[in-house]
Design a protein. Structure first.
Lengths: 303, 256
């Protein structure tokens, strides 16, 4: 496989894998949590690296997932005291854990490939250099395989627990009263978000992971009234943004991740303005029509 | 007289139920029997612990002390946790996000999830039942509508339909009449009375004092502690209502 194809394949895999759990984060009003998790998992990776001294150890993913859940748990702990709002709690925990990771890297791991730039922005162009070699045979890039596994995990999880995820997202009180533990599903989802973020951010960096997890789901939210369609549209939009972004980045010779993030923002803006049922133009038009009909009704009454 | 004794067996038994979120108890030492097959109103001022009482019955809030037993017809097991399907809970309709991407029918089918169980998908039978209940609450034409398009009264009717598909023995409803139109109120109370004739037990958190005698058989007056409970004719008296809504409540937990 040539690197150009491989990069696009990785970008599509990552964007689809991020879009799926992203849908549930968005409908649960937790979009900002993705921002926090995609950064704080670095602490888990760093600590796991110090223990194993191996950048390819699976323990890195375990550590990252653990810190991801820790992030959710800590913010909720602070929020539950009712002393701070949810966004304020995220604003405290996220920089705290993230900066501890940065300090650890700069102090103790300066000579290892764990630099802060690649953490934030990633480098899709380098992804094809990490090969997956079995019995001396090169069978593709590592990212391709790790993201495929994560994607399958996500599809299985959402496939099996679709009904439960929908119920606990919409009405956690009813869910609890019917015996579907909202807390259990919440943390299962958050663990998967963390695992997805780890797999994704190695290839594309945490900024693009946030763009992937939030952009396509909020765009899809403006296009449909069904959760199942929202999942499909999000995945499709994620893949579309990746491919278009990649082509344009080649054309303009700029950062691939940066261009994909820009396209993600642009497609959202377009959908936000032109969406037939929830778009900006539709809303303005609807309000005008409403005013007109109300005025007419008033005139009729006074006549 | 004897007939009435049999009829008025207990559905839910509360024994010294005490709930506290922080230092101060929200509910203090509430012991009361909720009768089977009757329409019971829980009445009290804002912050009296009405919603808390309902939530603590079904473990949505863990009580600090006290016990709750459910007496079911289908089983001798009095533990709620083992018989969740026999109790239908209707939360306040303001407690969910009505912009959620889902349809009216979908929301009603959610009431079947307890019967369907983990992993499995809703079957035709579940959807048919949901459609039937939507017809009952007068919302059949709205089944494919997105839920954000509903008015307050329509939302409450959807919630009621969702509880009906649970086919429970006991219905716990948190302020079902809040912010609904007159037509919806009529439909809801008519359906609740219908449930009662089927032998179901209905417990409703209610805030409109004027309609209590017309709608309910039994009343539980609370203001953090139990003020009174029993049939509306004997319990819903001026004195007890005044006592329930008295401004300066004593703090029984501070007396020694």
């Amino acid at each position: 496989m040539n690197p150009v194809f491989e990069i696009q394949l990785i970008a599509v895999l990552v964007s689809v894998a991020c879009a799926l759990p992203g849908v549930f984060l968005v409908i649960r009003g937790m979009a900002m949590m993705t921002d926090a998790i995609t950064h704080t998992i670095l602490l888990g990776i760093v600590v796991a690296f110090f223990i194993t001294q191996d950048l390819n150890s699976p323990l890195l993913i375990v550590g990252a997932a653990f810190v991801g859940i820790l992030t959710v748990w800590l913010t909720e702990l602070i929020h539950q005291t009712k002393l701070l709002d949810k966004d304020a709690s995220i604003g405290i925990i996220f920089p705290l854990l993230f900066s501890i990771a940065i300090i650890l890297i700069t102090r103790y791991a300066g000579d290892v490939h764990l630099d802060t730039d690649s953490v934030l922005l990633g480098e899709l162009a380098f992804a094809p250099f990490d090969r997956f070699i079995v019995f001396g045979m090169d069978i593709g890039t590592q990212a391709m395989y790790s993201m495929s596994i994560i994607l399958v995990l996500l599809l299985l999880f959402i496939g099996f627990f679709y009904k439960e995820l929908k119920l606990t997202s919409f009405d956690p009180l009813l869910a609890a009263s019917l015996g579907f533990s909202p807390i259990l599903l919440h943390y299962a989802l958050m663990s998967l978000v963390s695992v997805t973020a780890v797999g994704a951010f190695e290839a594309v960096g945490s900024i693009l992971v946030v763009a992937f997890m939030v952009g396509p789901p909020v765009s899809a939210y403006l296009l449909t009234n069904r959760l199942s369609y929202m999942l499909g549209i999000s995945a499709g939009l994620g893949a579309f943004n990746s491919l278009v972004g990649f082509q344009l980045s080649m054309y303009f010779d700029v950062s691939i991740a940066g261009m994909i993030a820009v396209i993600t923002g642009l497609t959202f803006m377009l959908i936000f303005i032109f969406s037939p049922k929830k778009g900006f133009i539709y809303e303005v038009h609807r309000k005008k029509q409403q005013q007109k009909s109300l005025k007419k009704a008033l005139e009729n009454r006074s006549n | 007289m004897e007939n009435e004794q049999i009829e008025k067996t207990t559905a839910i038994r509360l024994n010294q139920l005490t709930v506290a979120y922080e230092a101060q108890p929200v509910l203090w030492n509430v012991s009361v029997n909720i009768p089977k097959g009757r329409l019971t109103a829980i009445v009290g001022p804002n912050g009296a612990g009405k919603s808390t009482l309902i939530k603590s019955l079904i473990n949505l809030i863990k009580p600090v002390a006290g016990e709750v037993d459910f007496i079911f017809e289908q089983t001798k097991d009095e533990n709620y946790g083992n018989n969740k399907n026999l109790v239908a809970y209707v939360p306040q309709n303001g407690s969910v996000d009505w912009d959620f991407p889902t349809t009216v029918l979908d929301v009603v089918v959610m009431g079947r999830y307890g019967h369907i169980g983990w992993f499995k998908r809703p079957k035709k039978k579940d959807k048919a039942l949901a459609n039937e209940m939507l017809l009952k609450v007068g919302m059949a034409d709205f089944k494919d509508k997105q839920i954000s398009q509903l008015s307050g009264g329509q939302r409450q009717r959807v919630f009621l339909a969702r509880a009906l598909v649970q086919e429970a023995e006991i219905y716990l409803m948190d302020e079902p009449f809040q912010g609904v139109d007159a037509q919806t109120e009529k439909i809801i109370i008519q359906l609740l009375k219908e449930l009662k004739t089927e032998g179901k037990t209905i417990v409703v958190v209610h805030h409109d004092l004027q309609t209590v005698p017309e709608y309910f058989d039994e009343v539980i007056l609370i203001n953090r502690e139990l003020i009174g409970s029993g049939p509306v004719e004997t319990t819903f008296t001026k004195e007890l209502i005044a006592k329930t809504y008295r401004q300066n409540q004593t703090k029984p937990w501070e007396e020694e």
